[in-house]
Design a protein around this ligand. Structure first.
Ligand code: R5P
Length: 325
């Protein structure tokens, strides 16, 4: 019988990372953690604004990763990802993985009313057609989006990235982790388990797209630090309504934590006036200048997590081991 200790480790297959233009600092962070250079490419525009791509080095036979969050300008960033995929496929790569730390168009993930699209599935079809054969993403708005792809999806979580900061900043006080709606309960439960704290859930109603109302709270926050955890902060409506309710219910501090800082429309005005005792997000989407100047915002990088995931894929190691909490 072969001695398992003498089995050689899997060797790393050759790979290359290319960056789209949505999130250059995250792409650099991933490359730095993997100790590789980003691939050379031209990413420009024709005079009519069509996207022009050219891969400027040999990529034949490589596993290639394209890092591109499909955040705003969503249509441009999505199209750039697709065109990059097409260029790489035609350059005879071995495989192409779309690394979309933020996967846009995810909110319409099922038909909730007659004659509405399932845009998350449409985007999955576009990514597949462009030639990608794997996806890495962080906190997909709905886990079932993984099933829209007929190839492997590595679905990473933002919670372990946010947890150390929250533990360090508020770990000495009594905490309740709050899900701002029923849909986020599973995510909030993981953070509550890590922080060894109880969980509360806001009974949220949607009055229309981007319009939320916090009706009631299930759980206790009186005399405690309430940490609201969400996947997305878009207009800030959900968080601000939840925050008002939590203060009414006696929370000593209200802290907002989320993976994706979408921050559109009235988000800046709302979040800067809401008086949060802490606001922490990840860098799946780069901050706009006004948010960069905001006093109490903390941005935690997902680069090390994405880099470790890529490394494990390249050596055929378990990615799910990264996700066990
Ligand atoms: C909703 O299901 C999501 O988890 C977020 O709560 C929502 O997208 C946040 O949007 P907004 O900041 O516009 O309320």
């Amino acid at each position: 019988m072969a001695n398992q200790n003498t089995t050689p480790p899997f060797s790393e297959r050759p790979f290359k990372i290319f960056a789209g233009s949505s999130n250059p600092s995250l792409a650099e962070s991933v490359a730095k953690h993997l100790k590789v250079d980003l691939g050379c490419r031209v990413l420009g525009r024709f005079s009519d604004n069509e996207i022009r791509v050219e891969i400027q080095e040999n990529v034949r036979g490589l596993d290639v990763y394209v890092i591109q969050s499909t955040c705003a300008p969503t249509n441009d960033n999505l199209m750039e990802l697709l065109v990059l995929g097409d260029a790489l496929k035609r350059a005879s790569v071995r495989s192409i993985c779309a690394v979309t730390p933020y996967y846009g168009y995810a909110r319409q993930d099922r038909k909730v009313a007659p004659r509405t699209p399932i845009s998350a599935k449409l985007v999955a079809d576009l990514i597949s057609t462009a030639g990608f054969s794997r996806l890495i993403s962080v906190d997909l708005h709905a886990g079932q989006i993984q099933g829209y792809f007929n190839f492997p999806v590595d679905h990473l979580f933002g919670v372990p990235v946010l947890f150390p900061f929250l533990q360090k900043s508020f770990g000495d006080e009594p905490i309740t982790v709050v899900s701002p709606d029923a849909g986020g309960t599973e995510r909030a439960r993981i953070l509550a388990k890590l922080l060894k704290s109880p969980l509360a859930i806001v009974d949220k109603r949607r009055l229309g797209p981007n319009e939320a109302k916090a009706l009631n709270l299930i759980g206790e926050v009186d005399g405690r630090v309430a940490i609201i955890l969400d996947d997305i902060i878009d207009t800030g409506g959900t968080l601000c309504k939840a925050s008002e309710l939590l203060r009414e219910k006696g929370a000593t501090k209200v802290v907002a934590a989320a993976t994706h800082p979408v921050f559109s429309g009235p988000a800046y005005e709302r979040l800067s006036q809401a008086g949060f005792d802490g606001l922490v997000v990840t860098d799946t989407i780069p901050l706009t200048d006004d948010f960069k100047k905001m006093n109490n915002i903390e941005v935690i990088g997902v680069g090390p997590l994405v880099a470790e995931t890529i490394h494990r894929i390249q050596v055929n190691d378990s990615v799910s081991a990264l996700l066990e909490y």
